[in-house]
Design a protein. Structure first.
Length: 77
């Protein structure tokens, strides 16, 4: 069973990753994208899940990553 401290630490790490993605993102670029791409980029910023974001965008993972890089959104591990 997971310790409460582990869950709290993971929650802090998730929030830190979101903060980094939000701060680094090129919001002007994101807002100019078609609705599906914009939604996918925003989803990725909040959740960090490239696979689901690519599905939202209707793109392959490689295609989504090309756009993600243009939007300056890092993958935070």
């Amino acid at each position: 069973m997971l310790a409460n401290d582990d869950i709290k630490r993971w929650a802090r790490e998730d929030e830190e990753a979101r903060r980094i993605r939000r701060e680094k993102a090129n919001w002007d670029f994101i807002e100019k994208q078609p609705p599906k791409i914009k939604a996918a980029l925003k989803y990725f910023i909040e959740r960090g899940d490239r696979y689901v974001a690519a599905k939202i965008a209707g793109l392959s993972l490689d295609e989504f990553d090309e756009i993600r890089l243009k939007a300056n959104i890092p993958v935070v591990i």
